[in-house]
Write a new protein. Structure first.
Length: 427
């Protein structure tokens, strides 16, 4: 057996993890402006938490779950998405209590697991940044969440991400439309793909989502759910569209768009973009007013989205967005001789305690190699420590750019390295 990572997983190495941290930090900052707070739920849940809430007939539950029986014979699954676990937690921790301000605005970031066929932007362990807002049926909440995602994309410097909007209406609207769709598709059943024939039985709305050419041609002529909206559903959609227009957020109505999860009603949306000629959904979400009662909580309106971090990073890469590089190194301590090892350790620890970013030589290499390392780290200042420096207690601090030098005592560095460095680095 080769000791390699499991198929569909990724090691996020240092150069790459910096990009992740940047993206996550921007999300925290922007979501904070909207008063969303972080929630962290377990990476695994009881199978039932996911299965019926996401939908037994969805691809996620029927094909993609990483489930197993633990040593106590509990049916467990790694979480495939974030919403069901957050709703479970919302109810279990009684965040619906009147003393908790509504809407309760939550966000999460972390791994999700789906047994899928890996390809670009599709992994078995992937990461989502998601948000959920509980307790507001106001269309302003729909728009606030959508606008927050749009802010995030814009402030990351991304362009050309299209907002697709649809409504699934009330559960009754959805049921009526479901029947209309079956009536339309049934006579053409034979020309549907095998997958869609199965979906037609189990979950006909999912046929609309098929990526098969043959299915797509049929879907073109399918009835539109927008023609089936009742008064309440139409009013909600009209307000959502009105608010989007008022904010100047561009969107397209996409009546063929359904979501891969069963719990949505009214507004659903996706942010879609093109990478290398193919459409890629980066962020998807909508309203799910029935899910809290499903978990045994009081009737509670809810709205959220999930955003694929791997796909976001693909997009940043494809659009050539510059992300911050390595943080600057304030000081590099070069060493001359094994005898100064302890003194070097004391020096770097003192500098680090003063808040400076510091690296040193550990391998006792020739000075030339050490200076090269300092350049590679883009060190601002250089201190060389040898036996003579140790004996005199005096060292030279060199500006690694201008080569300007300053002779100081180790005691002075210990007392206030920040000011000493500032004096040589500014000029
Ligand atoms: P798709 O139709 O692409 O399979 P989905 O409907 O299954 O997407 P959601 O469950 O809505 O996706 O998840 C929200 C977002 O999470 C997606 O828009 C995507 O950016 C990301 N995502 C979903 N599955 C994966 C995966 N296997 N690998 C990487 N990112 C994913
Ligand atoms: Mg999927």
């Amino acid at each position: 057996m080769k000791l390699q990572k499991p198929k569909g997983t990724q090691d996020i190495l240092p150069g790459e993890s910096r990009k992740w941290q940047f993206v996550e930090a921007r999300a925290r900052e922007i979501f904070g402006r909207y008063r969303f707070e972080e929630i962290r739920t377990p990476h695994f849940e009881h199978y039932e938490v996911i299965s019926r809430s996401v939908g037994d007939t969805t691809d996620i539950v029927s094909k993609e779950m990483y489930d197993f029986y633990d040593k106590g014979d509990r049916h467990i699954t790694l979480r495939p998405e974030g919403t069901a676990p957050v709703v479970r937690s919302y109810v279990e921790n009684k965040l619906f209590a009147p003393e908790v301000q509504k809407p309760v605005k939550l966000f999460y970031m972390g791994s999700m697991f789906r047994y899928e066929r890996p390809q670009a932007g599709r992994l078995r362990e992937f990461h989502q940044i998601g948000v959920e807002a509980f307790g507001s049926s106001n269309p302003a909440t729909d728009i606030e969440v959508i606008a927050m995602a749009a802010d995030f994309f814009r402030e990351l410097g991304l362009t050309g991400i299209r907002l697709h909007l649809n409504s699934l209406g009330t559960p009754q609207v959805r049921a009526t439309y479901r029947q209309a769709l079956i009536d339309y598709l049934l006579p053409h059943k034979e020309s549907l793909s095998a997958d869609s024939q199965r979906r037609l039985e189990e979950n006909p709305l999912r046929v609309l989502d098929s990526k098969e050419k043959a299915d797509q041609a049929l879907v073109e002529g399918a009835p539109s759910i927008l023609d089936y909206l009742d008064e309440e559903s139409q009013a909600h959609l009209d307000q959502v569209r009105g608010l989007l227009d008022a904010l100047g957020i561009d969107y397209v109505m996409d009546p063929r768009m359904v979501r891969g999860l069963d719990y949505y009603n009214h507004t659903i949306f996706e942010f879609i973009t093109e990478v290398k000629g193919a459409d890629l959904t980066v962020c998807a979400g909508g309203r799910y007013d029935g899910l809290v009662t499903y978990f045994g909580g009081p009737e509670t309106a809810a709205f959220g989205f999930g955003l694929g971090v791997e796909r976001l990073l693909l997009l940043l890469e494809a659009q050539g967005v510059e992300l911050p590089g390595l943080p600057a190194l304030d000081v590099y301590v070069a060493t001359l001789g094994a005898e100064v090892n302890q003194a070097a350790t004391l020096l770097v620890q003192s500098l680090r305690r003063q808040g400076l970013t510091v690296e040193r030589e550990y391998l006792n290499r020739k000075l030339k190699a050490q200076f090269k390392a300092a350049d590679q780290f883009a060190a601002k200042a250089l201190i060389t420590l040898g036996e003579s420096e140790l004996a005199s207690g005096q060292v030279v601090v060199k500006n690694n750019q201008t080569r300007e030098q300053l002779e100081v005592s180790l005691a002075e560095l210990e007392a206030d390295a920040v000011s000493l460095l500032a004096s040589i680095l500014e000029s």
